[in-house]
Write a protein that binds this ligand. Sequence first.
Ligand SMILES: Cc1cc2nc3c(=O)[nH]c(=O)nc-3n(C[C@H](O)[C@H](O)[C@H](O)COP(=O)(O)OP(=O)(O)OC[C@H]3O[C@@H](n4cnc5c(N)ncnc54)[C@H](O)[C@@H]3O)c2cc1C
Length: 552
Amino acid sequence: LKITKTLETDVLIVGAGIAGIKASHELVQKGVKVIITTKTTVVSGSSFFPLKASLGTQVTKDEADKNVFLSDIEAVSHGMHDRELARVYVEEIPKRVKEYQEIGIDATRLNGTRKACFANNERDIYLLRDWEAIRKRVKTIFSEYSNLQTIENCHVFSIVKKDNKIVGAFLINKSGEFVFVHCKTIILASGGFGSIYKHNLNPNDVDGSGHVLAFETGAKLVNMEFIQFIPGITSPNYKTLFGEQTLKYCEDLVDDEGKSILDSELPNDVNKREMLDIRSSHGPFTHSLESKYFDIAMMKRILQDKNEKGYRLLYNGKIYDNQEEFYTVYLEWLKEKGIDVVKDQVLIAPFAHASNGGVVIDSFGQTGVEGLFAIGELSAGVEGANRLGGNSTGSCMVFGKRAAMACYQYVQDNELSNVDPVIEFSKIQSSWDEQDGSYSPRQVIDEIRNLMWYYANVIRNEEGLTFALNEVERLREHYSIGNYMIDPNSRKGALKAKNYLSLATILLTAMKERKESRGAHFREDFSNESTEFNKRLYISQKNGKVEYKFNK
Ligand SMILES: Cc1cc2nc3c(=O)[nH]c(=O)nc-3n(C[C@H](O)[C@H](O)[C@H](O)COP(=O)(O)OP(=O)(O)OC[C@H]3O[C@@H](n4cnc5c(N)ncnc54)[C@H](O)[C@@H]3O)c2cc1C
């Protein structure tokens, strides 16, 4: 196998969601040479998920709100977030939200203040929407910079270090050819890993390949067991985002025969109406509130019946009388998709949505590997066991800017290192075994996505996690990546299968290690939060061995 091209730049940015776009823009304005890469197009990832009407960014109200905001984050995180990163977020987001305009995103403030998902207090929310218009504006802005090169439809698959310092990376371009990017530094902004789940609310390019890249390069991961699951619409329009606020007008959740699936799950002291009202205040599942029975009931039935069709919401007609913007924007958007929540049969099921954990960083996005930065959903920051709504988009802006500042300094202080791409490429190739492998990449990918959805979803237990881990091991034993790297058309799939094997093992093991329930992580067999686990789970590699350690 041969490298077809070598490119040279100061900074390689992996990812073109909000975080990658923000960091690129900051750097090119300062005259730094940047290559920005994406698996699809510029303006992609969860940031611009086509099946959602809008995204919100939560902003500190004023000086007095700073401590209140921090205590909101603290309450929601259950001790699992990074306090310094939260402090920086609360301090800097009011300035960063004004910079959306510079990168082509028209962020408009919602009328009045409102509580973001899980927030105890109201503050300003800025809405981002109209993905196509944003795409056009970003492309126009980027075209003004001759020091910026864009590579779309590519897959960055290996990072090269020399003397423990970043010197470049390999990617597969849209024709399936191998390209070496010789650079001083890399900013990973590759988003979350939702698509490792069969049913997810992410685009396919959000597949955790950045987590595997960072981990293989020596960065640490943390909080990987905390993943958000949101009810998503399975029918009449599969993979459409469900507006939890509508549950205020929902009477019940029923099966095919019209029988409530909630009744048998609710303890005697929990009232269904009150439970649904609480559930209407937050999108993702959490073990921390009584509304948990809504998602647990659904998942129990799914596991019992092996039913992926979802369950039907029974609405009352009054929902269309509510003229609040929060309702009208969502219901109008559903109407454009041909959905009337009262007239149509709307079915829902839990979908994977966002990762609260990720790569360990400092407040400048530095990973501890010289020259390697991580920002956006890929990194672990202000989110903990739960995620306060509206902080993820904002974090892309805050830490995108800070990583760019640190990266700029790094570029000034360092020369391009000498590296021989041919030698480096041959080292990578030697790790691609070509033994007998009976499973194709497609089979590995599909089986892992299925296992994750059933056994690493809202309900987790020792038996299910162990079964899934053993299955992943079986797939690994029967998969040989080398067989699929020869044909240019099968290379990206082959690498995805390899990444899924690594990532699934990490995720399932992390879920097994945390033998308690906390926030987004619910263990049926350890259903209480335990002070013994008031620690974050760090994952690192030492001498080729993966280590899982709880630490403060
Ligand atoms: C449906 C939905 C609703 C949400 N609502 C909100 C909300 O209201 N408020 C909020 O704050 N957050 C929300 N979030 C979360 C938030 O949108 C994301 O956390 C954030 O946008 C992630 O941005 P990012 O730039 O880090 O990554 P992404 O936007 O996911 O971008 C990732 C980029 O990396 C590229 N990439 C990945 N791997 C590679 C590779 N190996 N090589 C090259 N390119 C690669 C992808 O192609 C893509 O361009 C929501 C998420 C979803 C899915």
